[in-house]
Design a protein around this ligand. Structure first.
Ligand code: PEP
Ligand code: MG
Length: 304
């Protein structure tokens, strides 16, 4: 099978009947790039930017962030690099943010909620991202979105940063794609409205499973109750995919479920456009895609 996987390097991610699925990688720091390149990842579908914040004793500067984003963008050589804005809180605590201790951190002040509450922290990261956009095909993605107003506020923050950079004569790509993670049930229910505001969706199935099934992703005792194959979750994915496609935008999956080969036929039946997985899962996924026939795939798993 090692031989078989090696033979997948350089092959296209298309089914036997010609449906293309972009196979991208999830990374947690620029150090993961070696593995992305070795496994022939066709883009970065989720760059978790938390590492910069977790690794330092104080807020990372614009320059530090810019260097990290630019490094990944340049290494991907024009292929898409989706960088997620800060997603701390909940399981990822950073002392210098001085966040209050919460009873239910998964439902507390985390991710985009922190960024919208702290415009200066958000602005610094957005400036670094836009500056890096001049050196590769960067896309910006916002985590934990639950409401339309949040996306509008994110877009306004992006516009302000672009205006600043323009005034300062600093290069950036004004057409940088903006997307959101779909990882709350609220976002699923209003996906039709959200799709009007962004260029793409990426489903975070880890959190979407947690919030849909009311099962803490950190709790090891839940066993089979934490079931990412639950029809409720698969129907949520289908609803989101339909809303995306009706609005003419693309949809990917960047949660762990994306690498679950037993669900590949279900994803193909929904028309999922991109799967972002850990680098070592790229070639097995490619092999499975290349053996599939999309038009014969069904949605039978959406019923119990
Ligand atoms: C997810 O929630 O599925 C996801 C991809 O993000 P994270 O695991 O970083 O919360
Ligand atoms: Mg998440």
């Amino acid at each position: 099978t090692r031989e078989l996987m090696r033979s997948m390097v350089g092959q296209e991610d298309v089914t036997l009947d010609g449906k293309r699925v972009h196979v991208y990688c999830n990374i947690g720091s620029p150090e993961d790039m070696a593995s992305v390149l070795a496994n022939d990842g066709q883009g970065i579908g989720l760059f978790r930017s938390e590492f910069l914040y977790l690794a330092s004793q104080d807020y990372p500067t614009e320059e530090e962030q810019f260097r990290a984003y630019k490094e990944v963008a340049a290494a991907m050589n024009g292929k898409r690099v989706i960088i997620r804005t800060l997603d701390i809180g909940a399981d990822k605590q950073v002392d210098y943010f001085h966040l209050h201790k919460e009873e239910n951190p998964a439902m507390g002040l985390r991710a985009i909620r922190i960024c919208l509450n702290r415009p200066e922290v958000f602005r610094t990261q957005l400036r670094a991202l836009y500056r890096a956009s001049a050196y590769g095909k960067i896309a910006i993605m916002f985590p934990m979105i639950a409401s339309v107003w949040e996306v509008k506020e994110c877009r306004r923050a992006c516009q302000r940063v672009m205006d600043e950079l323009t005034a300062e004569g600093i290069p950036f790509n004004p057409d940088t794609e903006i997307g959101i993670m779909i990882e709350t049930p609220a976002a699923v229910f209003i996906a039709d409205e959200l799709a009007q505001l962004v260029d793409f969706f990426s489903v975070g199935t880890n959190d979407l499973t947690q919030y849909t099934l009311a099962c803490d992703r950190q709790c090891n005792d839940l066993g089979k109750f934490f079931d990412p194959h639950h029809p409720a979750l698969l129907r949520a994915l289908k609803m989101t995919a339909d809303a995306a496609h009706a609005a003419g935008i693309w949809i990917g999956i960047c949660g762990e479920l994306g690498a679950d080969l037993s669900l590949l036929p279900t994803f193909l039946a929904m028309g999922i456009d991109e799967l972002s997985v850990t680098p070592t899962a790229v070639l097995p996924l490619r092999a499975a895609i290349r053996k599939s026939i999309a038009k014969t795939c069904t949605l039978e798993l959406l019923n119990s």
